[in-house]
Design a protein around this ligand. Sequence first.
Ligand SMILES: CC(C)(COP(=O)(O)OP(=O)(O)OC[C@H]1O[C@@H](n2cnc3c(N)ncnc32)[C@H](O)[C@@H]1OP(=O)(O)O)[C@@H](O)C(=O)NCCC(=O)NCCS
Length: 164
Amino acid sequence: MNYRMREASMDDIALITNIYNQGIEDRVATLETSLKSVDEMKDWMTNRSDKHKVLIIEDCNGAVKGWASINTFNSRCCYSGVADISIYIEREERGKGLGKTLLNYLVKVAQEQGFHKLVLSTFEFNEAGKRLYRSVGFREVGTYINQGTLDGKFVNVTIMEKLL
Ligand SMILES: CC(C)(COP(=O)(O)OP(=O)(O)OC[C@H]1O[C@@H](n2cnc3c(N)ncnc32)[C@H](O)[C@@H]1OP(=O)(O)O)[C@@H](O)C(=O)NCCC(=O)NCCS
């Protein structure tokens, strides 16, 4: 199967929402526990600068299989060259190389947009996530212990970074 990457449009928002909600349900990727509505995700897509792109990977039939986003890390001017990132692959498509392909594309787009560094937070137990990030050159900065709660239990959160 051939895949294609491109910037997302509002037409993709229902599928982006669906894939994000799978990540929320699976409890592997985010401290969010409430599923998102398409309207909430439309707001998320609208309220971002032109530099803070949302990207998708789709198959040759145009079916969206995953998305990734370049997010504001901190609104202070001194951090304008740093972006936070998110990435979610459709549940049935994980472990097939799509995440790595999409993340490499995101790195290229972030460079084109003038960012000098990407950062992210991941659950310490998210081995698939950490391996994906390491495989495209992210390093572990450190781990916050008991940083958040998920279903009433503390979780440790690892911070990673990649200089571009
Ligand atoms: C994490 C995620 C984005 C990875 O994408 P993917 O398409 O499944 O990963 P890939 O197939 O491209 O594999 C990338 C690397 O991760 C490794 N990997 C993939 N799934 C793995 C798993 N379940 N356990 C351990 N390593 C795994 C691969 O071996 C590969 O490493 P390598 O290049 O060193 O061989 C995807 O699994 C996902 O969407 N998970 C749910 C949401 C999530 O966790 N997002 C990240 C939040 S921080």
